[in-house]
Design a protein. Structure first.
Length: 358
């Protein structure tokens, strides 16, 4: 029995380590030996595919937890520091010792490598007939998923598959997503006991055009990944300039320009439809992926709120006066009391994250 468990753990660890390395490394000589025995990933050994790596994973969908889970969609900060601390607690050090060309420890490739590290420890414990130790390593895997991977990786992989359509990275993203679905079912990192446990979702009552753009840039706020193609297509339909080298940061001046031209409602219409489609997709996945149900239902609530927000843009009196935004991080047993104090001062309080307060 323990031999079977060890074999299974070793297979899981091997895939997680491989997937992580392929997300971290540009195609070429370093990836060739990794995919030598995996025909379906053979193109990831071709240096010619490096252009896809740059377009999809560097410019299109940088797979960093901080981008997907921070209020500002900026890389680094508190989210990245939490991941580094978690890795240190686990004894995983590739974010410090390995020469991966990434900008932070919260990269999905490193989180997959950390998961592989823990599964490897589990496998060794099974081989050594130490079931109690194996169980501790399984719990460590569950905690890594509950604190980090489960809250953002599936959404990022969906975005990578779309951005990387017709490239080998679409297949890689699908393979990793399938692996994670099995891991969610195995580990059940986010048990949903009742819907009241879902984080609250609220959208600011007043929002200027630049604040709206910042909302749409942050998946942790809007519930979806608004990709470069989504932005470019909307801009081109209205004749607004958008260059292939423009990044998502250019969404802010684009929305401001559309507001000034009286074209804001037309600009955001396809994004509202995109949010509505995302909400339906999330509900479908929540129904068939019990191990990740809580994440999908939370993202569905965010996407639904964004759908409603964008549907009211045409009828709103949105002004630049409502672009000022101050973010307070409130945590602790009396967090709700603190929020009421802010409201009593006449401030428009927007709850952007209640799931993982410090």
């Amino acid at each position: 029995m323990t031999t079977d468990l060890a074999d299974r753990a070793e297979r899981r660890a091997a895939f997680a380590a491989l997937a992580g390395a392929l997300l971290l490394s540009e195609p070429g000589p370093t990836t060739a030996p990794l995919v030598a025995k995996v025909p379906e990933l053979a193109l990831l050994a071709d240096s010619a595919t490096a252009v896809d790596y740059e377009r999809v994973l560097l410019r299109g969908v940088p797979p960093y937890e901080s981008i997907f889970r921070s209020d500002t969609a900026e890389r680094g900060g508190v989210v990245s520091a939490r991941v580094a601390d978690h890795f240190d607690d686990l004894g995983f050090d590739e974010h410090r010792s390995a020469r991966w060309r990434v900008a932070g420890p919260d990269h999905l490739g490193l989180q997959l490598r950390a998961h592989a590290f823990l599964i490897g420890l589990e496998a060794a414990a099974w081989r050594g007939e130490r079931p109690d130790e194996a169980a501790r390593h399984v719990e460590a895997q569950r905690q890594l998923f509950a604190d980090h991977v489960a809250w953002w990786a599936p959404l990022a992989l969906d975005a990578i598959a779309v951005s990387g359509a017709h490239t080998p990275y679409a297949g890689l993203a699908s393979s990793i997503d399938e692996f994670l679905r099995d891991e969610f079912d195995l580990l059940r990192p986010l048990p949903l006991l009742d819907t009241s446990q879902l984080p609250l979702v609220a959208v600011a009552a007043r929002m200027g055009p630049r604040r709206l753009a910042r909302h749409l840039m942050a998946p942790a706020r809007c519930g979806m990944w608004l990709g470069l193609d989504d932005i470019a297509n909307a801009a081109h339909q209205l004749g607004f300039p958008w260059r292939p080298m423009d990044g998502r940061g250019h969404l802010v001046p684009l929305v401001a320009a559309a507001h000034e031209a009286g074209e804001l409602a037309a600009l955001v219409k396809p994004w509202g439809e995109r949010a509505a489609r995302a909400q339906r997709q999330y509900e479908q996945r929540a129904a068939i992926e019990p191990g990740a149900e809580v994440m999908w239902r939370h993202m569905s609530a965010l996407a639904g709120a964004t759908t409603s927000l964008l549907a009211t843009v045409a009828a709103s009196d949105m002004t630049v006066d409502d672009d000022t935004e101050v973010v307070f991080r409130v945590a602790g047993a009396r967090a709700k009391d603190a929020l009421e104090v802010l409201r009593a001062q006449g401030l428009d309080v927007e709850i952007v994250d209640t799931a993982h307060d410090e």
